[in-house]
Design a protein around this ligand. Structure first.
Ligand SMILES: Nc1ncnc2c1ncn2[C@@H]1O[C@H](COP(=O)(O)OP(=O)(O)OP(=O)(O)O)[C@@H](O)[C@H]1O
Length: 499
């Protein structure tokens, strides 16, 4: 890019000249060129002649004419000299001009004419030169103005770049801070590492010493081991010899075994061949069995079809059966109701082996549940008392017989009735014996509880295809007007109902 200073340097033009050219002021420049010529010598000659021109000798004029100073004199000086000479001649000689003065004047006029023509040519040249320069400068000015406009856009770009650079600088400063922090951290870590290295060196030194000691010990051990190994090698060589003998023997035996194996192989081959033949026979048999199975399958499908038809009838029968069963249950429960919701049975305990006076107070025991008890200590009407029960179980009756009478009542539980079996009597009268039994491991001795539960579980098991039962049991004891839970393991919580 060509700048203003470059243009000045290349053209060697004063900036002031540029302005003058721009304003078109060229005339003053022509005068300046005229002033550059100075003819002081000629002027001085004419100064000396001032006031005595009429007496100017011929040699002086010749000398004057020979002088080269005419060429070097300025044009203004020449005009001034010419004017004075003419004024002098007019004043002193009444307008006559001598031949010599006329020739001098002629020379001066010729010189002036030549100069004027030369200067005119020069002026034209200079004028055209300045004009061309002016045009060039104008175009350069326009170029510079365009350049200046471009520079504004560039400035914006540069400003953006500067802004970006500032942000980058801020980031770099931030990064620098981080790096300084990292550097500080690394310095600390370096210090730590150096300390660690010192510690490690000490440990290494210690380890070296230990290692040296161990090495010495190992050398001793190695020597011992070497001796032992040498002994072992001796032993092993002996063993090797033995082994070689053994190998020889084994080779012999293995040869005989190989012969045996070959014979066995022969036998197995025969065996496999026979099995292969059997297998082929089996394959044939399996084919026929498959056909048989297919036939059976078809027959089975037909039978299944018939079975389905029969089953349908059976399902209908089962539905009828359920209906009949329901009817039975209703009738059964009605019978139980007719028998009475509350039934009282009396069981008479036999005498215990340790009882000495085996004298009974029971006077009469009727089939209809009547019981007459005597009291020998009382007389008259109070001597005997009559009791009426649903049934009386005598001393010889078994556990099975007692249960049989309660069984129907217990079974009504399965139809949704609540049943309670209540054993009442004084201490030692046989309540536990009747309800639980003397020996639970013997089925014959089972009391009402075991038998009832066993019966209920059996029935629920038989009916599980049609009915799912949930069975719950409670066993309580009322003693001294306090109810106690007999199924509770924790004696502290036995009191019923538990808190
Ligand atoms: N029917 C019976 N046949 C044989 N022995 C019986 C019979 N009933 C009870 N006993 C015997 O009588 C004794 C007392 O019976 P049990 O313990 O059943 O009486 P209990 O009424 O439960 O007494 P408690 O109220 O003190 O518990 C027991 O030794 C028992 O074996």
């Amino acid at each position: 890019m060509e700048t203003l200073s470059d243009v000045n340097a290349s053209e060697n033009v004063d900036p002031r000249s540029l302005n003058e050219i721009r304003n078109g002021d060229v005339s003053e420049r022509i005068q300046t060129f005229e002033d550059r010529v100075e003819g002081s010598n000629l002027f001085e000659v004419f100064q000396t002649m001032h006031g005595q021109f009429g007496d100017l000798p011929a040699f002086k004029i010749s000398e004057l004419m020979k002088l080269d100073s005419l060429e070097s004199a300025s044009t203004r000086s020449l005009f001034s000299i010419l004017s004075r000479i003419l004024d002098e001649s007019i004043d002193k000689k009444n307008g006559d001009i001598s031949q010599r003065v006329a020739s001098v004047l002629k020379l001066v006029v010729q010189e002036i004419e030549q100069r004027v023509s030369e200067q005119a040519v020069s002026m034209r040249k200079q004028s055209s030169l300045y004009k061309s320069r002016g045009d060039r400068y104008q175009s350069k000015i326009r170029a510079l103005e365009t350049l200046a406009t471009g520079t504004t856009v560039e400035n914006e770009v540069v400003m953006n770049h500067l802004q970006h650079t500032k942000i980058e600088k801020a980031k770099l400063e931030e990064a620098k801070k981080c790096e300084e922090q990292d550097l500080n951290r690394l310095r600390k870590e370096k210090d730590k590492c150096e300390n660690h290295i010192i510690t490690l060196k000490q440990e290494l030194e210690l380890t070296k010493r230990t290692h040296e000691e161990i090495r010495l010990q190992l050398e001793v051990q190695t020597e011992e081991t070497k001796n032992q190994l040498e002994k072992k090698i001796m032993k092993l060589e002996c063993l090797l010899n033995d082994s070689r003998k053994n190998v020889k023997e084994l080779e012999d035996s293995s040869e005989s075994k190989i012969l045996q194996w070959n014979r066995k192989e022969q036998r197995y081959r025969h065996f496999i061949d026979s099995h292969f033949r059997s297998l082929q026979e089996l394959r044939l048999a399996s084919g026929s069995i498959k056909q048989e199975v297919l036939r059976t399958k078809n027959i089975y499908a037909e039978e299944l079809h018939h079975f389905g038809i029969n089953l349908k009838g059976l399902v209908e029968s089962v539905q009828d059966y359920h209906y009949v069963l329901e009817e039975n249950r209703k009738l059964y429960n009605e019978v139980q109701d007719l028998k009475g919701n509350i039934r009282v049975y009396c069981r008479i305990r036999p005498f215990l082996p340790q009882q000495s006076a085996k004298q009974t107070t029971i006077q009469y025991m009727g089939e209809n549940g009547e019981l007459v008890v005597t009291n020998p200590s009382k007389q008259g009407k109070d001597n005997h008392r009559l009791f009426k029960f649903n049934k009386i179980f005598g001393p010889a009756i078994t556990q099975e017989e007692v249960f049989r009478d309660t069984q129907p009542l217990i079974r009504s539980v399965l139809d949704g009735y609540n049943v309670c079996i209540f054993a009442y009597g004084q201490t030692g009268s046989g309540k536990t014996y009747t309800m639980t039994g003397p020996n639970v491991t013997s089925v014959a001795d089972w009391g009402v509880n075991y038998r009832a539960l066993n019966d209920l579980f059996n029935i629920s098991q038989n009916r599980k295809g049609s009915i799912a039962y949930e069975i719950g049991v409670q066993m309580v004891e009322i003693y001294n007007e306090q109810v106690r839970d007999l199924l509770c393991n924790d004696s502290s919580q036995k009191r019923y109902p538990s808190n």
